[in-house]
Design a binder for this molecule. Sequence first.
Ligand code: GLU
Length: 357
Amino acid sequence: MNRRIVVKVGSNVLTRSDGSPDVTIMSGIVDQIAELHKKGHKVILVSSGAVACGRSMVTPARKLDSVGQRQLFSAVGQIRLMTTYLSLFGGHGLQVGQVLTQKENFGSRLAYLNQRSCMEVMLDNDVIPIVNENDTASMTELMFTDNDELSGLIAAMMDADTLVILSNVDGIFTGAPDAPGSTLISKVKLEDDLTDNISATKSGFGRGGMGTKYGIAKMLSEEGVRVIIANGRRNGVLTDLVERPDQVPHTEFEPREVPVSNIKRWIAHSVSFAKGRVTVNEDAARMLRGDKAVSLLPIGITSVDGEWEEGDIVNIYAPDGSKMGVGRASCNSAATIAMIGQRGGRPVVHYDYLFME
Ligand code: GLU
């Protein structure tokens, strides 16, 4: 079966200890993506490494703050990264296209669909999209946590069946990967909770760590995407994962079998753009958590915080203050306040636009 696979490669896999591109590793990864592409799989590459590359290339004339450094290093390093990919993929007769994005592009449905159609056009034309955050333009408070978060958004947006996160370890271990007696967890079921197994230590260059990888993997597996964390420095890791998964160490998150619709995925991933908060009563909380698809009606609402417009994303809270889910509001906050507790009336969030956690 041909798959749509998002492959995320971290800075620690792609760059040497001084930050310069590790062309041997990059070339191995490109060879494998080219092989998968030739077998009919559609691959999207989410590549970090721009900041690390740039850091190895320029020495700032005066001391820069972290934003200035990120902007300078990513501006210089991204070209180096892409030039390297251009020549490596070119060796296989493949074209690559650069997608630089930022969080705002996921915040409105219009921007989201626009970005998705850009990448669909690339895939239709056999161009391999290479995605990174636009670090020169992103504002610190609006940045992706790291490229793991970005790869999760891309996998959800592009209806990928698999997201492979390539790190510099084999996956999630029962303790710190190098601690004696620590073993690799190869399968994570939907009901498993590995929070205690994840070490908070971050690796060298990248912004991410196992904590965000785990959070993204859990979220996507709920949405029906298979997530695999594996070691990008192992020879043939990608092709093995697709063709002979038993022969390569990795952690795989079992996906929910009934996949979530694309619009619900967008809503679930837009939670950081939520403009307001709606608290519901006990009856509404029970019904929303039940098995039936129900909409959020004015009668179930007890209070409203924040201001939003029709179509914005709102968080939904239970009476005890716990967060229950997120949805796209079908009316603005003023109209919602005017309807609080009323019987009848149209849904404030229709069930097609509701994502319960
Ligand atoms: N966008 C950053 C880069 O290319 C990487 C962010 C991350 O470490 O995840 O250097």
